[in-house]
Design a protein around this ligand. Sequence first.
Ligand SMILES: [Zn+2]
Length: 250
Amino acid sequence: MRWLYAFFITLVGLVVGSFLNVCIYRIPKGMSILKPPSHCPHCGRKIKFYDNIPVISYIILGGKCRYCKAKISIRYPLVELLTGLLFLVSYLRFGITWELLKVLVFVTFSECIAFIDGEHMIVPDVVSFPAIAVGLLFALFSVGITLKNAVLGAILGAGVMFIFRLTGKLIFQREALGDGDIVIMAMIGVFTGPLGVFISILFGSLLGSIIGIILLVKKKTDILPFGPFLVLGSFIYVFLIQYSNYLTIG
Ligand SMILES: [Zn+2]
């Protein structure tokens, strides 16, 4: 039974990943995520359902549009694979529990935010605010953490980033962090509480610094979005550190 669940949840993850690709591409452009149906951004032809199967279609089509042969970004199968994998790991870690549902929702919102921030350096309110609301809803029923810890986490997360932002501006005389980073940490705080905030900022800063220094040495860029690293830090907390009393569904 366990492997059947694992297989099914991975499948759901692949499909969610496919939907995330639509969100990541359309939300920064201010487009609707529901219509029009998926089409090739190059030639505009509608993508048939059999050309829209997560990962498999990309491989069959050789990473090119069926009609105009325009290259399809490798990000599409990567986001699908990553989401499938994260869903599988979530199931193996949390079993069939309410907490699993919460982690899957958290992973989905976080991935969406991380990829959009990574590419466009913006954190869309249409994603982050619903994420905070849903996180509060889980906490209201004490899934994972209590409401008190969720609110504390959000205030702490946003507060620390606000202070970071002020000191960064003072020292470097330029915007080192954006409003988006404050919102991201409020969201992570709502889902993971004060300890999650601490771990996310710790690992996020560490990973961000390492990658930042590498890019600086290679003279690639000196501006780096912080959001993806904070999300990575929060995943380290959720999957490797968090202790929880599971609320079992069945
Ligand atoms: Zn095309």
